[in-house]
Design a protein around this ligand. Structure first.
Ligand code: SF4
Length: 716
């Protein structure tokens, strides 16, 4: 045994640790002694087997507690891992080593043993063997701990999804090197994952934004690598995608209507805010940033941000987001409502008055007869009781339902009730020119004689029934998009219905239109394109003969390019037109060229002269109107446009603000949207509005009116 022991010592001295272990084990099989266990443990240690070394040293001390060499070796060994209790023989769990401990040197360790192990661990890691690499690295740390090695170990714990151990590792790094901001950033990100936002913030505040972002990416990549966890903000965004767009408790028909017309994002916004409110600290601010980056693809996120900033009383930021949401989808009544509230709160803070002041009281005292006589058919067959840009809830579909079903549908009744109860809850408070311009009749007065006798027969508004017999008095056709122009504020390209589209319009709409026209007093065409440029609309006009529809009068809207003597003759319009609205949008040739792509300004003037002459010299009695959609392209023409109207003796001139029909990107619309206070030409726009021309009684400023009010009342 003595021989084998001696050979083992010699082999150990030569660095042949494995062979030395064999010799010591041969001795131990014969008789175990404290001394041989000490040597065996020393050889194990030199081979990198720390756990075995510990066990050997413990056995040596069990056999001989007085073995000073074994006790000293164990003390040094344990000091590497920081478990002082083990020195006294107690079997305690391992604890985190204390910072500042003496660099451990085991009497049996070779200087290169830890480096060798470290290289092996690195190799395992590069092979994706994270568990084995972490175990080996643990042994390396037992031999000699350094902050970079702890950091690697902690990163491996991340890759193994053991966040508690990873936290322990990063904390040890900081203990060893209190200047290590990368470890602080790692710890901050990790604590965010663990939902310990305040702790996370305190570590994040100790490092720069650059380091934080760099380490955030590193930590998130590791966690995503194993597919176990997602960054908290990604989780939020993913969660947001699961929120239904509409309140699931609403009746299915209402859900379909809201979804199609996107006019109420309230449910989605409320649920988003709820989720957002659960985040804290940096996770919260990161979530705000992430939402902001996605607003171009989902305008509702702008409303979420607007509502959040409104709650935080940062009204300027809130208004920026809410305006952006309304620019992207001007039909969203919830967004509009939030914008109005925010505008008022900001005005209250600055002491200014808001153009929306007293709006509810005004509406409660007002009435609108439109839903009692108006039926509008849109391009997809959906039908409305007003212009869908102002009142987006449909009442039925003319392709699938009869006129009678549509006219007194449940939604039609709801809309009429909303006027009677004074809430006007389905009406746009910004885009309806009658609300924005405050030109609605008073609820207590007799409603002015309508375009249809039964309406005026109802007398006071309170007597109006929510179900109306006899069908609509005014039929508005807005399904034929054919036009001879392609104006930038309306569409991107020219559109002329092909044969198939014409046939489908003939099939889908003609029966209902001809049926409704039997009782209607007026027919408005065309709300979506140019009547006289469309084969279908011309065909329809030819069917609506004076003989068969003697009571029917036409309300024409036209770009004026082909509304001339020939059109009047061809469609037998003399004496049958109640009003003509010419949509011109410019008073100068150079502006007209831009806003009426494909149009001829001289032809417009010539046709206006013809329409004027028909009234003044040839006894026609129709009302003649001009309309103008205000944008950055043409606002400077507004005063001259009034002069143009006077020249042709028009009865009224209507100005409305430009809106996005969904054909423009947010950036494109922002360029046009001069009513936005953030627009670079907004101040010039306000000065143009001060022109005395716009005070002419023939001018109806419609949705432009709020911008003409005194300073401080132009917030939205
Ligand atoms: S949107 Fe305006 S015009 Fe239409 S029903 Fe409402 S108040 Fe009347």
């Amino acid at each position: 045994m003595a021989e084998a022991h001696q050979r083992g010592i010699e082999l150990f001295a030569q660095g042949q640790y494995q062979e030395a272990i064999g010799c010591f084990e041969e001795c131990l099989r014969q008789a175990e002694t404290s001394e041989i266990w000490n040597d065996w443990a020393t050889a194990q240690f030199a081979s990198g087997r720390v756990w075995e070394a510990r066990q050997g040293l413990k056995r040596a001390l069990q056999l001989n507690p007085q073995n000073i060499q074994a006790a000293e070796n164990l003390r040094r060994l344990v000091a590497l891992a920081g478990s002082p209790q083990e020195c006294s023989g107690e079997n305690q769990p391992k604890q985190e080593p204390q910072r500042g401990g003496k660099e451990p040197v085991c009497s049996a360790a070779t200087p290169d043993a830890d480096e060798e192990l470290y290289q092996r661990a690195a190799k395992l890691r590069s092979q994706g063997e994270f568990r084995a690499a972490a175990d080996l690295l643990e042994q390396v740390l037992d031999l000699r701990e350094t902050s970079p090695r702890w950091r690697e170990w902690a990163s491996l714990q991340l890759a193994l999804d053991d966040l508690a151990q990873a936290e322990r590792g990063f904390r040890r790094v900081i203990n060893l090197n209190p200047q290590d901001t990368s470890a602080m950033a790692n710890l901050a990100v990790l604590l965010e994952y663990l939902g310990r936002y305040e702790e996370a913030d305190s570590w994040a505040n100790s490092c720069s934004e650059g380091v934080l972002n760099q380490q955030r990416t590193a930590v998130e990549n590791l966690l995503q690598l194993v597919g176990r966890r997602k960054p908290i903000v990604d989780e939020l965004l993913e969660d947001i995608r699961t929120i239904p767009s509409e309140d699931p408790s609403l009746p299915p028909a209402m859900i379909r209507a809201i979804r199609a017309m996107r006019f109420d994002s309230g449910y989605f916004v409320e649920k988003c805010l709820e989720r957002l409110s659960k985040l804290r600290g940096r996770a919260f601010s990161r979530a705000l940033q992430a939402l902001e980056m996605k607003v171009e693809t989902d305008y509702r996120l702008s409303i979420v941000l607007g509502c959040y900033y409104m709650q935080a009383e940062d009204y300027e930021t809130a208004l920026r987001h809410l305006r952006s949401a309304c620019d992207q989808n001007p039909g969203d009544l919830f967004a509009e409502g939030a914008l109005i509230t925010c505008s008022r709160r900001q005005a209250a803070r600055t002491g200014a008055s808001s153009e929306f002041e007293g709006l509810e009281a005004y509406l409660a005292a007002s009435f609108c007869e439109t839903p009692w006589h108006h039926l509008e058919i849109s391009w997809d067959g959906n039908t409305f009781l007003c212009c869908p840009s102002w009142l987006p809830l449909w009442v039925g579909n003319s392709r699938m339902q009869s006129l009678e079903e549509i006219w007194n549908s449940d939604f039609a009744v709801e809309i009429r009730k909303s006027i009677l109860d004074g809430s006007f809850r389905f009406c746009s408070k910004v885009h309806c020119p009658r609300i924005a311009g405050r030109t609605l009749p008073q609820r207590t007065s007799n409603v002015p004689a309508g375009e249809r006798t039964p309406i005026s027969a109802f007398g006071r508004s309170s007597e109006f029934p929510t179900r109306v017999s006899g069908g609509p008095g005014k039929l508005v056709l807005a399904y034929d998009r054919t036009c001879n122009l392609a104006c930038p504020q309306c569409r991107r390209n020219f559109h002329v219905a092909g044969r198939a589209e014409q046939e489908s319009m003939d099939r889908d709409y003609l029966p209902l239109v001809l049926h409704a026209a039997q009782n209607a007093e007026t027919l408005y065409l065309n709300g979506a394109g140019e009547t006289f440029a469309s084969k279908h609309s011309r065909h329809l006009l030819s069917l609506l003969t004076r003989e068969q529809f003697p009571q029917l009068k036409f309300l024409l809207i036209s770009n004026g390019q082909v509304l001339n003597e020939r059109a009047f003759r061809e469609f037998d319009l003399f004496g049958r037109v109640q009003s003509i609205q010419v949509s011109a949008d410019a008073a100068r040739q150079e502006t007209y060229r831009i806003v009426r792509r494909g149009g001829d300004f001289q032809r417009l003037l010539s046709n206006l002269a013809f329409l004027d002459d028909l009234r003044r010299a040839r006894g026609e009695k129709y009302r003649l109107e001009l309309s103008f959609v205000v944008s950055s392209l043409n606002f400077r023409d507004m005063p001259e446009f009034v002069q143009l109207g006077r020249k042709f003796h028009v009865d009224s001139i209507l100005f409305t603000i430009v809106r996005n029909w969904g054909h423009l990107s947010l950036a494109e619309f922002e360029k046009l949207n001069v009513p936005n206070p953030a627009h670079p030409e907004h101040q010039e726009f306000l000065r143009v509005l001060e022109s005395s021309e716009l005070s002419d009684p023939i001018v109806d400023c419609g949705s432009v009116a709020p911008y003409r009010r005194p300073a401080g009342r132009r917030d939205a």
